[in-house]
Design a protein around this ligand. Structure first.
Ligand code: NAD
Length: 441
């Protein structure tokens, strides 16, 4: 089979590369010439574990191509994925201008039957708009070419994207014709061999499934953060409560970790978009509104703890920050809670020394030289009045606190991800603050 993937960001690049990996001929297309030129040299625009090696290998095998030309990439494609961004518009709804521009382009250049698949996260009804754009573009050039649209939302997690794509929990495909179902089943066959399920449904349900999944995950996070804050007030330990409730199979152990709020390019925008879609259709998503509001507050929780600890005297304090990306194993800084925390620290006159294994170049786009970037985690703590753990990178899990204690000006740790043991920290002579546990400091 031959496919085109339009939009070579996190989702497009992983999608294209993983299909090439199973032997499909793939052209990844992007309007960003620099990105495509770099990819042709094996230089990736993003950090994703294992991806670079896979891109280079598949390029060398001649199965993975990169191009800025939609006209060229779409020729004879059995399937064309639209994987461009759907950022929030000013009112919170998903901005479809990139998706529809690509649909138009496909209609202008396709030369044979193909299934045009939205992989981007798009509101219910978008596939119908895509269909319309393509049909209009075809009609304009007087071309009589048959095509189908389909919805195939992507559930990969940044940081584990390759595994998620190659060994998915499920593949959701919305179709409106048997022919499209047949093509999509054939395309995904290599991924189904080990029992990974493909779930076919109608297109609106597939479009809704993606939003419902992300909204549910965001809800788990905000719910747990709400419980954590109450635990702290009442003298309960959220780490215990988490274990206690997670052992109930109906609740489960995953995604119930308290922290400093969700971020990233998906949860915030998808929750907003679903609230907006509902409102446009006369329905109020009451739970999701609360999810959003808890999340906004939660991004300030760590800063408030810092403020309390220092009695509001923060001017001139040197703060070490570990972790900048919105979660570990990615350089994605979109809506990262670290940005909110650092802005607050800077606004009260703190000096911030940050360390992140991969996200510094992305962080600099927002923070510039207002922050000092350390080359390793220990260097960041030198002379620091406090250490804030913001992203739970594996390398932060078991540091040498004796060394850190000797480097720091005062031994205080604010753990936004609850990765340390309170008693151990106390034994090591640190004042330790985490989420959802009352401390005496
Ligand atoms: P991204 O910003 O990393 O990539 C989008 C790419 O599309 C960019 O490289 C951009 O240059 C390109 N583009 C824009 N207009 C174009 C056009 N007309 N022709 C060709 N290329 C064009 O975005 P992303 O994170 O990959 O997300 C893409 C979609 O997938 C979004 O709808 C997102 O919600 C969804 N999604 C993202 C994730 C994730 O973890 N990042 C997971 C699941 C779903």
């Amino acid at each position: 089979m031959k496919i085109a993937v339009v939009g070579t960001g996190y989702v497009g690049l992983v999608t294209g590369t993983c299909f090439a990996e199973v032997g499909i001929e793939v052209t990844c297309i992007d309007i960003d010439k620099q990105k495509i030129d770099n990819l042709k040299q094996g230089v990736l625009p993003i950090y994703e574990p294992g991806l670079e090696e896979m891109v280079v290998r598949n390029m060398e095998k001649g199965r993975l191509h990169f191009s800025t030309s939609l006209a060229e990439g779409i020729q004879n494609a059995d399937v064309a994925f639209i994987a461009v961004g759907t950022p929030p518009g000013e009112d919170g709804s998903a901005d479809l201008k990139y998706v529809l521009a690509v649909a138009r382009g496909i209609g202008e250049h396709m030369n044979s039957y193909g299934v045009i698949v939205t992989k981007s996260t798009v509101p219910v009804g978008t596939a119908a708009k895509v269909q319309n754009e393509i049909a209009q573009a075809l009609a304009k050039r007087g071309a009589d070419i048959d095509f189908d649209v389909a919805s195939n939302p992507e559930f990969l997690k940044e940081g584990a994207a390759i595994d998620d794509f190659l060994k998915p929990d499920r593949i959701v495909v919305g179709v409106a014709s048997e022919r499209a179902e047949e093509v999509m089943r054939k395309l995904y066959k290599p991924f189904l061999l080990n029992g990974h399920p493909i779930i076919f449904m109608d297109i609106p349900s597939a479009e809704m499934t993606k939003y419902a999944a992300n909204a549910m995950l965001a809800t788990k996070i905000s719910f747990m953060n709400d419980v954590a804050n109450l635990c702290e007030i009442m003298g309960a330990d959220v780490n215990m409560v988490r274990r206690g409730i997670g052992s109930d199979a109906r609740i489960g152990t995953k995604f119930i970790y308290p922290g400093i709020g969700y971020g990233g390019s998906c949860f915030p925008k998808d929750v907003k978009a679903l609230i907006k879609t509902a409102a446009e259709n006369g329905y109020e998503m009451q739970v999701l509104k609360a999810v959003e509001s808890v999340n906004e507050d939660q991004k300030s929780v760590l800063f408030e703890k810092v403020k309390r600890h220092f009695g509001g005297e923060l001017k001139g304090k040197r703060m070490a920050v570990w972790g900048l990306s919105f979660k570990p194993k990615t350089d994605d800084m979109r809506e990262a809670p670290s940005l909110v925390i650092i802005e607050k620290l800077l606004s009260v006159g703190c000096e911030v020394v940050a360390y992140d294994p991969v996200a510094v170049h992305e962080a600099k786009k927002d923070l510039g030289d207002r922050v000092t970037y350390a080359s390793d985690p220990y260097a960041a703590t030198e002379g620091a009045d406090a250490l804030l753990v913001v992203t739970e990178w594996p390398e932060f899990r078991s540091p040498n606190f004796e060394t850190i204690g000797a480097l720091m000006n005062t031994k205080v740790v604010f753990d936004g991800r609850n990765i340390y043991d309170a008693q151990e920290m106390e034994r090591a002579g640190f004042a330790y603050h985490c989420i959802g546990v009352r401390t005496s400091h």
